[in-house]
Design a protein around this ligand. Structure first.
Ligand code: NI
Length: 388
């Protein structure tokens, strides 16, 4: 066991308690008031200088004994509008709101790393900024706000971590280059002409047109996109109709588009609108098409990722390195990476024996708490290595 692992073990139980407290008190994006107070208060207990760049974010700043490089470590703190179905003691106390993505764990991990690194200032030089970010789950996201507020000014490297249920605890997922996709979203509002179900020829059926669109939009990926360039179009909402004998006047489709490729991302709304226009006008309907660009893709810097890979091997062993495929989910960590080199890595937190077997954003989602020690150790070790 490394010396660092022993230090991690000493505070592991405290970190688990922090995570459980946060899990029981989830707050939605941009409303993380109590969470931010808890984080700021805990950092102050360690003697860390605290700043509040936005109403619900916290940045802790620790300086080493000598000048040197500046490292930023980031955790997101927000929860989701989900009614928790877990039954453990520390389940959500806030009805309809749940830490269903592991951000409670991210916050606890970074608090743990802050505590460890504050006690190790003999062993590093420079400055560490502990960024506790609000609003990751809700576009336009907290990360962009924090970058604009200057939290990365002078920073040389940024590291972020996501507890990852699809990976077993002990596995650390690393991706060089594009790691998470751009999560764009779209709405199509179809305006047909309602009427009697027995006389469809006198109507413009918004449901039939919408159904055609669902099929045709999904075919863009299979027929108009290079099979070697990953892309997803998913129609996830379809609202229409009011009774069994009325042809629907309107229909509304809502969905998401995911890519890593800048050019394809720009072409997607154009390809989609061609299809929407063709089908709608062909059947006599009009439409409104709204396409909203979400976060940029998370693209991991080569050197930063190599640093993380070395850290994983040194701390947890070569068997812990999992060169995983990129993920089609999105993350506003990309906003930091647009400003400075960075790596976003995935800390395995899945363990079916402990009930940590549900996907992220599921009402029974939970993490294997053993993963908290891994995350804390990796952040701390990466800081010691980068600021040696
Ligand atoms: Ni998340």
């Amino acid at each position: 066991m490394t010396e660092l692992r022993m230090r991690v073990r000493e505070i592991e139980q405290t970190v688990v308690e922090w995570r459980r407290y946060l899990h029981a008190h989830p707050e939605l994006s941009f409303q993380e008031h109590q969470t931010a107070e808890f984080v700021a208060g805990t950092l102050r207990q360690f003697g860390i200088e605290v700043t509040r760049p936005t109403p619900t974010s916290v940045v802790g700043i620790v300086r080493g004994k000598q000048a040197g490089r500046v490292l930023a470590l980031r955790a997101d703190m927000d929860a989701l509008p989900i009614h928790e179905l877990n039954e453990f003691e520390f389940k959500s106390n806030n009805p309809g709101v749940m830490h269903a993505c592991g951000h409670d764990g991210h916050t606890a991990i970074l608090l743990g790393a802050a505590r460890l690194l504050t006690g190790l200032t003999e062993h590093w030089r420079g400055e560490i900024r502990f960024i506790f970010q609000h609003g990751e789950e809700l576009h336009p996201g907290g990360a962009g706000e924090l970058v604009r507020a200057g939290v990365l000014n002078g920073v040389d490297l940024v590291l972020g971590n996501h507890l990852w249920a699809p990976l077993e605890t002990g596995q650390i997922g690393l991706v060089y280059g594009p790691a998470m996709a751009s999560p764009d979203c779209f709405t199509v509002q179809i305006q047909g002409r309602g009427g009697h179900a027995a006389a469809p020829h006198e109507t413009v059926d918004a449901i039939q047109i919408g159904a055609g669109l669902v099929t045709a939009l999904h075919q863009i990926v299979s027929r108009q996109v290079d099979p070697l360039v990953p892309a997803v179009i998913s129609v996830c909402e379809f609202h229409a109709g009011s009774a069994h004998n009325i042809i629907a006047d309107t229909a509304r489709l809502v969905g998401t588009v995911r890519t890593f490729d800048k050019q394809l991302r720009e072409e997607m709304p154009i390809k989609m609108e061609k299809i929407i226009q063709g089908i709608c006008t062909g059947f006599g309907a009009t439409y409104e098409f709204d396409y909203e660009y979400g976060y940029d893709p998370v693209v991991n810097n080569e050197e930063a990722t190599r640093l993380m890979e070395e850290v994983v091997v040194e701390q947890l062993g070569a068997q812990a390195v999992n060169h995983m495929n990129p993920v089609m989910g999105g993350e506003d960590f990309s906003a930091y990476q647009a400003a400075v080199p960075g790596c976003f890595f995935f800390t395995g937190a899945g363990n079916s024996d402990k009930g940590a077997a549900y996907p992220h954003h599921h009402p029974r989602f939970t993490i294997d708490e053993d993963a908290l020690a891994d995350g804390m150790q990796l952040f701390t070790a990466a800081a010691l290595k980068f600021l040696a």
